[in-house]
Design a protein around this ligand. Structure first.
Ligand code: GLN
Length: 177
């Protein structure tokens, strides 16, 4: 996605690789596994420190779960990096077969609705005063928020080839810094 919008990128797997980036994307996947691997590879504290020190971070789906201060329906030992003043419910729509694509209005993104794929997706169950809602489903469920250096969304824009959310992150969080 970053290549498509003309932004150079690299994989971040070690604390020294983390120190070299201007922004970070925590991708979709499996939040329980990502947090366990972060512990095993000594990335948990460095990531938490980078988040609290103001590194621009964009979390999609599992990445949103990892940025939430509180989660519902996590495993008993599940940890998050935190940073977003919000409560996020995992697997809020059900399992893989409940995955769907839809179009969303997204505050700050022009040019028509954003194409969004929800895959075993979380929702943002409640939003604290420090975070701002950017997008919700027609039923009112919140699916995108921002707070300071952090952007978190429930869905995968990359599945539908939607580049504007990544462009929004780069423009509003990374370049503006
Ligand atoms: N359900 C996954 C989790 O709990 C997230 C799914 C995704 O990233 N598409 O981490």
């Amino acid at each position: 996605m970053l290549e498509r919008i003309g932004v150079s990128s690299s994989k971040v797997r070690t604390p020294s690789e983390l120190a070299g980036v201007d922004g970070l994307i925590l991708p979709g996947g499996e939040s329980t596994t990502i947090s366990k691997l972060a512990r095993i590879f000594d990335m948990f504290e460095p990531l938490q420190a980078a988040i609290s020190q103001g590194l621009p971070v964009f979390g999609t789906c599992a990445g949103l779960i990892l940025l939430a201060d509180k989660i519902i329906d996590g495993t008993s030992d599940q940890e998050t990096f935190g940073g977003l003043d919000a409560v996020v419910r995992r697997n809020a729509f059900g399992g893989q077969t409940e995955s769907f694509e839809t179009e969303l209005a997204f505050e700050g993104i022009d040019g028509g609705p954003v194409e969004a794929a929800f895959i075993r997706a979380p929702v943002i169950e409640s939003v604290g005063p420090k975070a701002k809602v950017l997008s919700s489903l027609p039923n009112g469920k919140v699916v995108a928020i921002r707070q300071d250096n952090l952007l978190g969304i429930s869905f995968h824009p990359e599945i539908s080839g939607e580049t504007r959310v990544h462009e929004y992150f780069v423009r509003e969080f990374v370049e503006s810094k």
